[in-house]
Ligand binder design. Structure first.
Ligand SMILES: *[C@@H]1O[C@H](CO)[C@@H](O)[C@H](O)[C@H]1NC(C)=O
Ligand SMILES: *[C@@H]1O[C@H](CO)[C@@H](O)[C@H](O)[C@H]1NC(C)=O
Length: 318
């Protein structure tokens, strides 16, 4: 069990260590000023309601394509091509090897995501679908980082139900935290109503994925020899590290002090102080889904970055 907890230890120690060094004035003395990167910004970014919701629309496109391909072997263009607003089709999606239960859940999620994209399109206007990399290699990259070495064979999200659920663990939760972060900054009834409804379903999807993983928490993910619980913690750790704004993400089994009211090790739902949902800013969201830890540097699931005014402004002004 100790290994499951490791990510949280790192998380606490690394920033403290860095802060400690800076406070102690430990800096190389070359006789000239070494530029020190500013601390990552964790505050709000200005934007209209539509701008803020478009941040999340990037994630809704990703989820729609991943779930549609996983369940049906084809994406949004086979159902409602107009919603892509001329954006390129995703690369690397494929039908997953799913058992009946998981297939029926993912098929439902897929249609829910189509609805979410349409709801945003109709209420605030859409954005062109960004180029999405949902290839197995793209997911394998994240799992390599999580486990700290190159997996052999590479992780394949489409290979089985458990693989697909672990890959899905990466998606709705990011959207959920983004919606929670957006709501306080929305100015009008129409958009708050929309985001509340999106958030409700998004968190439901995350809860279902986490429950299915919790059910298998102590199963080993073969051939890697790590348990499902361990992997969820490591994937959450990657997101916390990339987001650069603290602990906002927990796996399904955690040290008791991080569990519900400090009383249990179960964390079927990821929640923080007073068991409230965590929230993330647009820059944290892009740092995570680009896999770069930097909202100015696209990559990961978004080789060319996200769309909408906020994503593009990060890309044009590094
Ligand atoms: C609220 O936002 C919607 C969608 O952007 C817009 O159509 C509507 O005019 C806005 N209402 C107010 C009162 O600003
Ligand atoms: C998708 O991601 C994989 C893994 O990082 C990479 O090798 C491939 O070139 C990417 N495809 C595109 C179109 O960016």
């Amino acid at each position: 069990m100790a290994r499951v907890y490791l990510p949280f230890v790192f998380l606490g120690v690394v920033p403290v260590l860095l802060l400690g060094l800076a406070a102690a004035g430990v800096e190389p003395d070359h006789g000239y000023h070494v530029p020190v990167a500013p601390p990552p910004y964790c505050g709000p970014v200005p934007g209209s309601d539509a701008d803020l919701i478009h941040v999340a629309m990037n994630l809704e496109f990703l989820e729609a394509e991943f779930f549609l391909y996983g369940a049906f072997g084809k994406g949004l263009d086979s159902i409602a091509p107009y919603l892509a607003k001329g954006g390129p089709p995703p690369v690397g999606g494929q039908k997953a090897e799913l058992d009946h239960l998981v297939w029926s859940i993912i098929a439902e999620f897929a249609y829910e995501e189509v609805g979410h994209v349409r709801a945003i399109y109709e209420r605030v206007g859409g954005i062109p679908r960004p180029l999405l990399n949902i290839s197995k290699e793209s997911f394998a990259d994240v799992f390599d980082v999580a486990l700290g070495h190159k997996l052999v064979p590479p992780f394949d999200p489409y290979a089985s139900s458990i693989h697909y659920l672990l890959a899905s663990y990466l998606l709705p939760y990011v959207g959920l935290t983004g919606y929670v972060g957006a709501i306080p900054h929305l100015s009008n009834y129409t958009t708050k109503d929309l985001v509340g409804r999106l958030l409700g379903v998004e968190s439901g999807q995350d809860a279902v994925i986490r429950t299915l993983l919790y059910e298998r928490a102590f199963d080993k993910v073969e051939p890697y020899g790590v348990t499902v619980a361990e992997l969820t913690n490591k994937l959450s750790w990657v997101r916390n590290e990339l987001g650069k704004c603290g602990l906002k993400d927990k796996g399904v089994i955690v040290p008791k002090e991080l569990g519900p009211e400090g009383k249990l090790e179960t964390e079927v739902l990821s929640s923080g102080k007073n068991e409230l949902a965590y929230s993330r800013t647009p820059q944290e969201i892009f740092r995570i889904v680009y896999g770069s830890g930097n909202e100015h540097v696209p990559g990961g699931f978004y080789p060319h970055g996200g769309n909408g005014r906020i994503a593009r402004s990060f890309l044009y002004h590094p």
